[in-house]
Design a binder for this molecule. Structure first.
Ligand SMILES: [Zn+2]
Length: 366
């Protein structure tokens, strides 16, 4: 994925961070009081700012003229770290350097005091991927780390870390970004880049990125390359994302409401013949039915659930949620989830969905 915007707009100060204020507050106190821990564990979903925060923290604790807790971004330490050329900042991707020898050579390299900076900072990305031997070797280092070393372990799967390592770290959980947070960052970028963009288009980008700012910025890049103009419309986003037309989803759901299974199957097959992407279709339908289920439980959530949609669409969703029984929604959702799993192994990709529809007919009649 293209990451030009992601790199260009990477925060260089804590004040530029879009989210994770709960983490920044604690780090701020530590930086200002000088009470730096020897090991940190940054855990959370991809693209939520773990590595960016790690580099920023490394910069702040090494800055030569720090004011408050923000790095100055002007001293030699700050400049070297921003450029990525500071020899005392060691970044290791544990996904590809996961063996015992990698940790041994790390151990050797932290025997010596930092060359230039105050702290040697080791940023270990995807730390849960270390082999068992490597993890044990790392544990040994963490038991008696040199004064001048700070470890920052980043992971998307903290539960896979061995507990003896996790318990030696100060742990921070990075939250997925909300649609609002992502939109606000994208708006900022669009303004800087002189891009005219519809708010609904940004909301759709944000929604499809599922809480990952990096994915959202990558998608914005991709759409800009696609349109090759300074204007982004919601149609452009739909085209790139391969969004299934909502009319199709509405019509299909109407058949489910009427329990008109022969028509639902016919409709499915007609669309497959027309070249509709079955994976995308299944994802869209499942996602849509899930929204109806949530609406059934709490109708007040319509604006959150249908973010970026027109009033007409919201109206239709509320109507369909009213017409479909909660029990039937549960049945069809379960059946579609199963069908989606079977699709990958079926020589006739639409067959699992046809069977799901027939099962729905029988099960929902009871
Ligand atoms: Zn500085």
């Amino acid at each position: 994925m293209n990451q030009v915007l992601y790199r260009k707009y990477r925060p260089q100060g804590f004040n530029e961070f879009t989210a994770q204020s709960h983490i920044i507050q604690t780090l701020k106190n530590e930086i200002e009081s000088g009470k730096i821990a020897h090991a940190y564990l940054f855990s959370g979903y991809r693209g939520t700012g773990k590595t960016t925060m790690a580099r920023l923290f490394a910069k702040a604790i090494n800055c030569q003229n720090r004011k408050g807790f923000e790095p100055c971004n002007e001293c030699t330490s700050c400049l070297e770290i921003t450029k990525g050329s500071a020899v005392d900042i060691i970044e290791i991707d544990a996904a590809s350097n996961r063996g015992i020898d990698d940790i041994r050579s790390l151990r050797d390299s932290i025997r010596y005091k930092p060359n230039l900076l105050k702290y040697k900072v080791i940023i270990l990305d995807e730390a849960h991927q270390l082999s068992k031997d490597a993890a044990n070797a790392l544990l040994k280092i963490l038991e008696e780390p040199p004064e001048y070393v700070v470890f920052i372990l980043a992971t998307t799967e903290a539960h896979k870390m061995i507990s003896t390592i996790a318990s030696r770290c100060q742990r921070f959980d990075f939250y997925k970004l909300t649609i609002k947070e992502i939109v606000s960052k994208l708006e900022e970028i669009a303004k800087e880049e002189n891009i005219k963009v519809e708010k609904e288009a940004l909301e759709m980008i944000a929604a499809s990125s599922e809480g990952s700012l990096r994915d959202a910025e990558g998608l914005l890049d991709q759409i800009l390359n696609f349109t090759s103009s300074n204007e982004i419309k919601i149609e452009d986003v739909k085209e790139i994302l391969g969004v299934v037309d909502l009319t199709l989803v509405f019509e299909f759901t109407d058949f489910l409401i009427e329990k008109n299974i022969p028509m639902a199957i016919k409709y499915l097959n007609e669309n497959v013949e027309r070249g509709i992407n079955l994976e995308e279709f299944s994802k869209t339908i499942t996602n849509y039915l899930r929204k109806l289920l949530i609406l059934k439980i709490n109708g007040g959530l319509i604006d959150e659930i249908a973010v970026g949609e027109t009033g007409e669409t919201k109206q239709k969703m509320v109507e369909q949620a009213e017409k479909l029984k909660g029990e039937d929604l549960k049945i069809i959702l379960n059946l579609f989830l199963e069908a989606e799993n079977k699709r990958k192994y079926s020589s006739i990709p639409q067959l699992p969905f046809e069977l799901a529809l027939i099962d729905y007919f029988y099960q929902s009649k009871k």
